[in-house]
Design a protein around this ligand. Sequence first.
Ligand code: 4AD
Ligand code: MG
Length: 445
Amino acid sequence: MTASEPSGPAPSEAPAAVPLSQANRAASVGQKVRVRGWVHRTRSSGGICFLILRDASGQMQVTAKRDTLGPETFSKTEKALVESALIVEGTVAADKRAPGGHELRADRVEVVHAAENFPIFTGQTEDFLLDHRHLAVRTREMVATARVKSEVLRAARALLDGDGYWEVTPPILSGNAAEGGSEAFELDYFGTKAYLGQTAQLYLEALIYPLEKVYAVTPSFRAEKSRTPRHLTEFTHLEAELAWAGLRENLDIQEKLVTGILHQVAERRAEDLQLLGRDPKELLAIEPPFERIRYEKALEVLQGKGFDLKWGSDLATAEERALTLERTAPIFVTHFPKELKAFYMLQDPDDPRTVLGADLLGPEGYGEIIGGSCRETDITRTVERLEAMGIPRAPYDWYLDLRRYGSVPHAGFGMGIERVVRWIARREHIRDTTPFPRTPSRLLP
Ligand code: 4AD
Ligand code: MG
C-alpha cells in the first residue's frame, strides 16, 4: 500500500464485496457493505458528491461527503471521471430519489483507477463506435445483448445435453474447405494450404459412429464479401449431427432447440429483452410445429410478391426477408434444388432434382438462422457430387471412408448464434450481436 492510498483494513481483512444489486435492496438497509464498480455518472456540490456506480449486476447511487471522507479522499472521489474504478464501503439507506430506491452512504472510498475522459457518449457516429468497440462494449445495449447471447448458448447446451447429445471439439484448422472453396479463408500451414473452418459438420459426421448424437460450438469463417446486415466473416456456429435420423427427426430437434432457447431467454432475460425492444411474450408465444414449405412453394409465394425467380434461383437476403416479414414464428423451407446446396446433401429419392434439407427462417424479415440436411450415405453418389461440383477429391478421402465402415442414415444442422441473437434481440445489424465483429472491412479492435 502506498502512502497516498486511503487508510483502512488491509485487503485480506476487508469485508467481502457484494454486488450492487444486492446492496441496492430493502434487506440491506442499515447494513455496512463494501462494493466495487465503475463510475456511471457523477456530480458534486457543496461538499457532497453523488455517484452512480455500475457493476455487472446493476447500478447504485453512492453519496460521499467531505466531512466523512476527509479533504484528500473527497477530492479524489469528486475528481473521479466517468468509468473510474472505485471500491466503496458504507451504509445502505433508503432513498426514493435514487435509482433502485437506496443509496450507499460512503465512509471509505478507494479510487482504484482514475479514468481519463471517456470517449464514448451519445450522438457519436456508428464508425466511431465501431472503432472504439473495446470501450463501447460497456454501453447498456451491448451489455444486454451480451447477456442475451450468453443465455442463448446456455439454453442450447442445456437442451442438447438433456437430449443425450455429446458436446465435442472439432478442429478449426483444416486441409479442406467443406462449404465451397471460394468462401474459405486460406492460409499457409508450414508450406501447405490450410483453411479456416466454415463448418465442423464433416468432423461431427465422423463422430456419430462412436457417439451417435453430437454437437459443437465453434467459430466458423466465411470469406464472403457480402456487406449485408446478416453476414459476418467470423460467426459462432452451433452444429449438431444425429445418427439414424431423417428429415423429420432433423427438423423436430431444430424446432425443439429453437423453442427451448426462445422460452429460456424470455424467462431469464426479460429485462434485457425489454431494454432491447423485444417483448418476451412474443418469444413465449412461439411453439412447435413450425410451418414447413417446399422451395417450390416458396418460389410461388415470392413470384406472387413480384420477385422474378425461376426454378434454381437462390433465396438471398431480399427473398428471405419478403418470405418472413409478416410472420411471427419461424418457417422451414425444404427441398432446395441440389445445385444450390453442398455436395454432401442427400438427394430426395422422390424428386432427385432436390435435396432432403431445410433452411429455418426466422420471422419478421430476419431470414435464415439454421441450415441443415440429411447426408448422402452412399460413397459412389458422394464422389459423383464432388466431381459434379468440381471439388478435388483428395482432401475428402478421409470423409469418404465414413461411407465404407458402417455408413448409416444421418442428418444434422448448423445454427448461426449471431443470427438467432439478431432476431431475438431485435438488432438491425448482425455486428451488434457480437462484441468484436469481423466483417470484410473490420479486423480491429
Ligand atoms: O447454411 P450453412 O452454410 O450450413 C452449414 O455450414 C452446414 N454445414 C451446417 C451443418 O449442417 N452442420 O450455415 C449454417 C448457419 C446459417 O443458417 C446461418 O445461420 C449461419 O450458419 N451463417 C452465418 N452467420 C453469420 N454470418 C455468415 N456469413 C454466416 N454464414 C452462415
Ligand atoms: Mg445456408
